[in-house]
Write a protein that binds this ligand. Structure first.
Ligand code: ATP
Ligand code: MG
Length: 354
């Protein structure tokens, strides 16, 4: 029987509450699909600062290095905002993890569940057209990591992309498209940026290896507009770090609930860090009302992208869809609901067992 070792880093705020539900779901699907998951929990973020003085303790890093994937909750919160920027939980834990494991690829699916299309600011139009987008964002290069500087009356940031950086992220996008609707929209600003001209050249070259996938190029400004006008137009979006940062948040806003959206950050050898797109939600932490779906769907992404357990991943996604259709949702989805975090987790498990 296949055995996968995962590092469980629940973190702060609602992280620990929603993580409990994701782990229960993983235990059920691993039984059903004939693999085992050995999970070990470790400290990260603000909780780790309080206990050890470091946001990413050595023991946590060692655990991650000895694991096949990281299931991550969320880090940070009001308690730690007075720390210097470099010691803030997110900067001092998540960024070093991305760097250590070369997690160059960020995947953010954004979809509309028909039963809850009214959560979208594009309702009612979006109810008939739908949206099902996978945003593929380059995560370790570009303007965020280029040379920067500041004099008294000026400042600069530089953007640099190499052929190999563009090529590896492009391959992820095209591979993903073959498992979806065979369409890639590559985002750039090739009319003004040198990096975008190179981006286009490399994407065109990679596209030749995927003749079944339709490729289109779109300027970032136009893409931001088309996402609002016609979100159903898109399948896979291929973006650099900056454009992907912006568009993935736009897609989340169109989808309407942070509590439903998972994300994956991958390297070139199937190792990944999986986390909800939302944060620590300090306003509702500890109340048992956080939506566990984003964390549960993050676990599904882990099964798909790190372990290749596609059938188990789909089973979780279907169980989530069925739970939503039954109206078993937390208050962020339906303000009149009396269901809490544990109820939603139990409903997903019941749907898996049905
Ligand atoms: P952080 O700095 O960790 O991102 P934040 O204050 O920005 O914290 P988010 O976690 O990004 O808060 O959440 C933004 C809003 O969405 C909050 O009102 C929060 O309650 C809500 N939210 C986010 N995730 C969930 C969830 N899983 N369930 C319910 N509500 C959520
Ligand atoms: Mg936030």
């Amino acid at each position: 029987m296949k055995n996968y070792k995962i590092a469980v880093l629940a973190g702060d705020g609602i992280g620990p509450e929603v993580m409990v539900q994701a782990l229960k779901v993983l235990a059920v699907v691993s039984d059903q699909f004939g693999f085992s998951i050995q999970h070990t929990e470790a400290l990260i973020g603000g909780a780790a600062i309080d206990a050890t003085g470091a946001a990413l303790p050595e023991a946590t890093l060692t655990l991650c290095k000895n694991s096949d994937a990281i299931l991550f909750g969320s880090v940070g919160g009001p308690k730690w905002t007075s720390l210097p920027p470099a010691q803030q939980p997110e900067r001092a834990s998540l960024l070093p993890l991305r760097k250590t494991f070369d997690l160059f690829c960020n995947l953010r699916p954004g979809q509309i569940y028909p039963a809850f299309a009214e959560l979208s600011p594009l309702h009612p139009k979006i109810s008939s057209q739908g949206m099902d987008i996978l945003c593929v964002r380059e995560l370790t290069g570009g303007i965020y990591f280029g040379e920067k500087g500041r004099t008294e009356d000026a400042a600069f940031d530089t953007q640099k992309y190499s052929v190999s950086e563009i090529e590896r992220i492009s391959r992820v996008a095209f591979e993903a498209a073959t498992k979806r609707r065979n369409k890639v929209t590559s985002i750039d600003k090739a009319n003004v940026l040198a990096t975008s001209v190179l981006w286009r050249e490399v994407v065109e070259r990679v596209a030749k290896d995927y003749p079944q996938v339709q490729l289109e190029h779109m300027y970032i400004d136009n893409a931001a507009m088309q996402l609002i006008r016609a979100p159903q137009h898109f399948d896979v979006l291929l973006c650099d770090n900056l454009f992907g940062d912006i568009l993935s948040d736009e897609i989340a806003a169109i989808a309407g609930s942070l509590g439903l959206l998972p994300s994956a950050s991958l390297n070139g050898s199937n190792f990944g860090l999986y986390e909800p797109a939302g944060g620590t939600a300090p306003d509702i932490a500890g109340k048992g009302i956080a939506n566990p779906i984003a964390q549960i769907l993050s676990a599904a992404l882990m099964l798909r992208y790190s372990f290749g357990e596609e059938a188990a991943a789909r089973a979780i996604e279907q169980a989530v869809a069925s739970t939503l259709e039954q109206g078993i949702v937390t208050r962020d989805i339906n303000s009149a609901s009396n269901y809490g975090t544990a109820d939603v987790g139990a409903a997903v498990i019941a749907a898996l067992n049905a």
